[in-house]
Design a protein around this ligand. Structure first.
Ligand code: NDP
Length: 283
């Protein structure tokens, strides 16, 4: 019998997850079917429970349902609880148990450290944004022992609340919030600047003072553009960033982690990333 999986979000038609998981399944010889489902904000929970009753084995969750997915879980992982959001659910057959995980952070770390060869120990990192993606990546970033992680956000209150929640959950002194004006006053630059805002999706660029770029940092955008650079990557190149990357590698890696959790077999990701880039380039 074929096992069924899905991704749920709203909107969902743009999702690359069905393409990625189909390639993983082919590559590893897994008998599975993976589909995209449009989530209904008025009845997300009952949708999930219905799919579960129909035998769905696992679900990827994207905007705007990650927090609600965590709330549905009977067994959330530590990293999902820390992030306050789940992007992957696993249903235990013939029970009402729902396990939840958040694979965004590990996806970013695999792309940054393993694929791009970026070492984070002792480094100074700036994270832009305080949304769901930031919640997922802060824990793993701090576990890599950077010298400091500075977080800034357009809406200061959201940034401050996230930093104080993370500081107490992780007992970390390495994470600080800086407002836009405090960032302007800071004289040191950064080794790595991560754009975890959704600004690139609208072609906008977060407002950043020139001192952010003085050390020619590496620039990483969690978003990706169908072709070429995101707006943030273009800005970073103009400001002489020494290396730029979009988040397509992270997308493939977070999917690989979910696939491994569901199927117990780790897919190879470089060839999948290559295929998805080609697919986007020809769209
Ligand atoms: P959220 O909606 O939860 O958060 C959005 C964040 O972006 C907020 O901090 C918001 O600030 C900020 N923001 C939005 N527009 C602007 C702007 N014009 N200028 C400055 N800040 C802005 O989104 P997520 O955290 O879930 O996603 C963030 C990005 O990460 C998206 O591009 C998403 O596609 C990407 N992502 C990529 C993944 C991958 O695997 N590569 C995985 C998950 C996410 P404010 O608080 O002021 O509103």
């Amino acid at each position: 019998m074929i096992d069924h999986y899905a991704v749920v979000g709203n909107p969902i038609s743009h999702s690359k997850s069905p393409f990625i998981h189909r390639l993983f399944a082919e590559q590893t010889g897994q008998e599975m079917h993976y589909r995209a489902e449009l989530g209904d904000p008025n009845q997300f929970e009952s949708q999930v429970l219905r799919w579960m009753a129909l035998g769905l084995r696992g679900l990827n969750v994207t905007l705007p349902f990650k927090e609600r997915a965590l709330a549905l879980a009977t067994h959330p992982s530590f990293r999902a609880q820390l992030a306050g959001a789940a992007n992957t659910l696993r249903f235990v057959p013939d029970t009402t148990e729902i396990e939840a995980d958040n694979t965004d952070g590990v996806g970013l770390m695999r792309d940054l450290q393993d694929r791009l060869g970026i070492q984070l120990k002792g480094k100074s990192i700036l994270v832009l944004g305080a949304g769901g993606a930031t919640r997922g990546i802060l824990g793993p970033l701090l576990e890599a022992h950077p010298q400091q992680v500075v977080l800034t956000n357009r809406t200061e209150s959201r940034g401050i609340a996230l930093v104080s929640a993370m500081q107490s959950a992780l007992s970390s002194q390495s994470l600080v919030f800086l407002s836009q004006s405090e960032l302007v006053e800071r004289s040191e630059g950064f080794d790595l600047v991560i754009n975890a805002t959704s600004s690139s999706l609208s072609g906008a660029i977060p407002d950043l003072p020139p001192n952010v770029w003085v050390h020619q940092p590496i620039a990483y955008d969690l978003a990706y553009a169908p072709k070429g650079d995101t707006a943030f990557m273009s800005l970073a190149r103009e400001r002489s960033a020494r290396q730029c990357s979009d988040g397509l590698g992270m997308l493939v890696e977070q999917a690989a982690e979910a696939f491994y959790w569901w199927r117990g077999i780790r897919p190879e990701t470089d060839s999948v990333l290559f295929k998805i880039r080609n697919m986007l380039a020809t769209q």
